[in-house]
Design a protein around this ligand. Structure first.
Ligand SMILES: Nc1ncnc2c1ncn2[C@@H]1O[C@H](COP(=O)(O)OP(=O)(O)O)[C@@H](O)[C@H]1O
Ligand SMILES: [Mg+2]
Length: 306
């Protein structure tokens, strides 16, 4: 199981909505695509599921090029779009059988039963889709995409519009599915990615701004940093030129989040550095920042990245 995306570019007229996106995913597990609205998450997912083609670049699933061999690629991919269209007048089971026929699934009964079991749809499977709650409708959408036993399952914002209980249920279902499949899930909610995903790819404005193992990114994000504010105007690049600062990022309030090398407390060094550089520190405090802050800093429009 692998997904290999290289140098994807997608343009709509003059708007470049994907700018040279490359990433690799290997094996089972859940990878989160995190980014604000309009970042390009759905565009990447549509390209991977063969719905639209990129302006340039390539995407392979298990070594199969989705552009050159779309039929073969679609056979091993399940894709649940953001606004999942369902036939509301059909019964759950009837709908799943129909989809299995359309997909050309051989052992229809077996695959429908397995999809129903995996998605916990058994109590509702004799009902009309239109009578189901939104959470159960989403399960039908996921079940529909498990019928052909795909190796890669792409879920575009699957929890949007659900109530808190339904969100937890769908998240658990996604985690469970990720034990045996490569699952790609998009979300604009940091907490969702933290709760569900093993890996996260943060996208902003058509570019990848972070890519890594969720727990490691979280650990890195929670390392001690200081928030410093100067009287004079300066920028993150100037701070990063010092010998002891690993990164500096400008916050919305105009202060800087700064982290030293090796997790050390850099407050004293920062004072000395400010004096040498003719800057006046007007506030300085230790700050434990969370993955959420990192996400905000990374995805802020025109913000400096860290
Ligand atoms: N068919 C389209 N025509 C023109 N622009 C589009 C089209 N589809 C998406 N876009 C633009 O591409 C950008 C990325 O959209 P999308 O991938 O849907 O973002 P996300 O899923 O992260 O919210 C947005 O600016 C959106 O307006
Ligand atoms: Mg989207």
């Amino acid at each position: 199981m692998s997904v290999d995306v290289r140098n994807l570019v997608k343009c709509y007229d003059r708007q470049e909505v994907l700018k040279n996106i490359s990433f690799k995913i290997g094996g089972a597990g859940v990878t989160g695509f995190l980014g604000p609205n309009g970042a390009g998450k759905s565009t990447i997912m549509k390209i991977l599921s063969g719905l639209i083609s990129p302006s340039s670049g390539s995407a392979e699933i298990n070594g199969i090029d989705v552009l050159r061999n779309p039929k073969q690629a679609k056979a091993i991919v399940g894709y649940l779009p953001e606004h999942n269209p369902l036939y509301l007048d059909m019964y759950v089971k009837e709908f799943l059988y129909m989809t299995a026929s359309v997909y050309g699934v051989k052992q229809k009964q077996k695959s429908v039963s397995k999809a129903i079991e995996m998605t916990g749809l058994a109590p509702e499977c004799g009902k009309k889709i239109g009578s189901l709650s939104k959470g159960y409708r989403q399960r039908v959408g996921i079940a529909q995409n498990l019928l052909h036993n795909p190796e890669v399952l792409i879920l575009d914002e699957p929890t949007t519009g659900l109530d808190p209980n339904q969100i937890v249920e769908i998240r658990n279902l996604v985690k469970e599915t990720g034990k045996e499949k490569t699952v790609m899930l998009s979300s604009h909610i940091m907490q969702e990615i933290e709760a569900v995903c093993d890996n996260v790819i943060i996208i902003n404005n058509g570019e990848i701004v972070a890519d890594g193992i969720t727990s490691i990114l979280k650990e890195q994000a929670s390392r001690p940093a200081v928030e410093v504010e100067f009287l004079e105007k300066t920028d993150a690049a100037t701070l990063e030129k010092s010998s002891f600062i690993e990164y500096a990022g400008l916050t919305e309030s105009g202060s800087f989040l700064v982290r030293g090398y090796n997790n050390r407390d850099i407050r004293a060094e920062l004072f000395g550095w400010a004096v040498e550089n003719n800057l006046t520190i007007i506030s300085l405090q230790k700050k434990e920042h969370k993955l959420e802050d990192i996400f905000r800093l990374l995805t802020k429009q025109n913000g400096s990245s860290i």
